[in-house]
Structure formats: C-alpha cells, structure tokens
Design a protein around this ligand. Sequence first.
Ligand code: ZN
Length: 220
Amino acid sequence: MRFSISDYSISAKAKGWGNGWPEDRSRDMVRIKADTTGTKVNVHKRIAALADILLDETEKRGYRLNPKTCGGYVNRPIKNTKKPSNHSWGLALDLNWDKNPESRDGKNHTNLPAWVAQLWGRYGFAWGGNYHGHHKDPMHFEFMGSPDDADDMLSKARRDLGHQKIDIPEKYTVKAGDTLALIAKRLNIPGGWQALYQLNKGVIGPDPDVIRRDMVLRLP
Ligand SMILES: [Zn+2]
C-alpha cells in the first residue's frame, strides 16, 4: 500500500480517486454479490473484485450478511460535515448495520468476530470500529489505498485466499448417457434443463429428450 491504512488525513481524491460528493459517481459503480446470502452491494469498479472476494470469504468463514442491512455507494458527505464520505466514491461498505450500529460512547456494539476486521484490514480496508475517540462505526469498512493499491491488494487476496472466481465454461460437449436434466443439474444451470434447451433449440431440434453424443451445447 502506498498509503497508510490508518491515515484519515488524506482524502480519496488526493489518492487519485477523482471527485466524491457532491459529484454523482454512480457510473463508476459495479454491483457485487456475496455468494452465500446473495447480499448485493454497489462499489467502485476498481475495488469491486477485491471487495467481492472479501464478502465471499467473510461468509465462507461463517459470518452471514443480511441483504437488507448492507450497503456501499451513497452520494453523501460525512455526517454533520461538508466533507465527502468514502461512500460517495464507492470505497466504503457498511455490513449489517442493524447489528453493528454507530455509537458515541467509545464502545463497539457489534456482532462481528474479531477476524472480520483483521481479514479486511489485511487487504487495505480500515474498520470503523478502530476509530480513535468516542465515535465508533463498526458496520463501516473503507478502502484506504490508491487505485493502484486496489490492484495490488486484489492480486494479494487472490494469492492468499485462492478463490480466483471460477471461470464458468461456456460450452459443454454431450457424453454418452447425458440428458439435458442431468447436465443442468450437474453444472448447476440457472433455469434448469429448460433454460439449456431454450438456448440450444437450434442444435437439439424439436424434442428436448433427444440429444446426441458429441453435440456441443452453449451454456447460459
Ligand atoms: Zn459507512
């Protein structure tokens, strides 16, 4: 990281992320999804792959996200200030805000296991539960590096955590004994054999029960 994870004095703009609030940055956002619960969050495209891995890893290790109480990009200033929030660059995520509320009593009210902040911290995300002083914001994770740092952290996360997104094959060659239903089940095709048939009607013909060996099917 070219920037310290605990230095809040340098704005995201100064780190090379362009303008935050009040500028509308929604075009730079990508929607990512936590695999286990399907929780969706909009974040800046340059941190999207990294944040996606971390959401997945967080759930894989046993902390479940609530799709209704998580968020990312919001075009707004930091509360009670005229300074843009890291949410306005899509660099911050709030996880389970119902269980991890902001507080002013200097204590963290949170159900996050300690490893969550450690995990995200290793890849450049500061945790709002580590704010100095009375204000704690344990739902809040924000990326503290530059765009180049985001790329570096993504490579590191891929190396460490080993889940390169698995490439889903685009084609399948029919083997002896296959049926559309079997293939759909084995490959976990969304929409099942019907979706597979729709896409390959031209190759299969009018009867979905008849597929020939070595037929090449497109996968949805
Ligand atoms: Zn936040």
